[in-house]
Design a protein around this ligand. Sequence first.
Ligand code: PCA
Length: 221
Amino acid sequence: MTAPTTEPTRVLLTGFEPFGGESLNPSWEAVRAAVAAPLDGVQLYAAELPCVYGGSVTALRAAIAGIRPDVVVCVGQAGGRPDITVERVAVNIDDARMPDGAGAEPIDEPIVPGGPAAYFATLPIKACVAAVRAAGLPASVSHTAGSFVCNHVFYGLAHLIATELPQMRGGFVHVPYAPEQVTDRAQPSLPIAAIAAALREVAATAARTRTDLRVAEGATH
Ligand code: PCA
């Protein structure tokens, strides 16, 4: 008799193209590395998104339509942050001090006019943080993904889940610079291989965990 086979959970990881004059984006480099080896019980997929407000969500939707993932974890660079940050909330605003890759500089524009002010990630964010820490890497919950393209794509993903794909789960992870980006700056960094290992922990945890840990990970400010 053959053992019953369970379908692997399909997890799509996305990273961004370089922006802000950088020669690489650690999010995409780490996503690429993260999907290069098999992961137990999980089928990993990767897609690179442009650093453009509307275009990022268009590319994300196309990737989701082709891959039909169970879980989506979008990943972006948060230069200056020292650790892997699992985002809790996406807000319905585009407003940043730098233009996107297509030169757009929106001020206080809703991402979805009339949409909810915010969405929460539908991933077990605290379990993901715990898993990254257990792998020996620094991680925390973040309560803002900013109001640039990363927040935009996170909100777009959450809106897609809320309105069209309720079976799918998704969230966003911000990652620090890679060391090669900060050789001339006193800024925190993590090697791409470490970021990739952290993303594999997040993917595996999100795939197998539906009820989050009940531990305090909030912030006082
Ligand atoms: N980080 C930017 C956009 C693309 C990326 O990798 C952000 O945090 O909004």
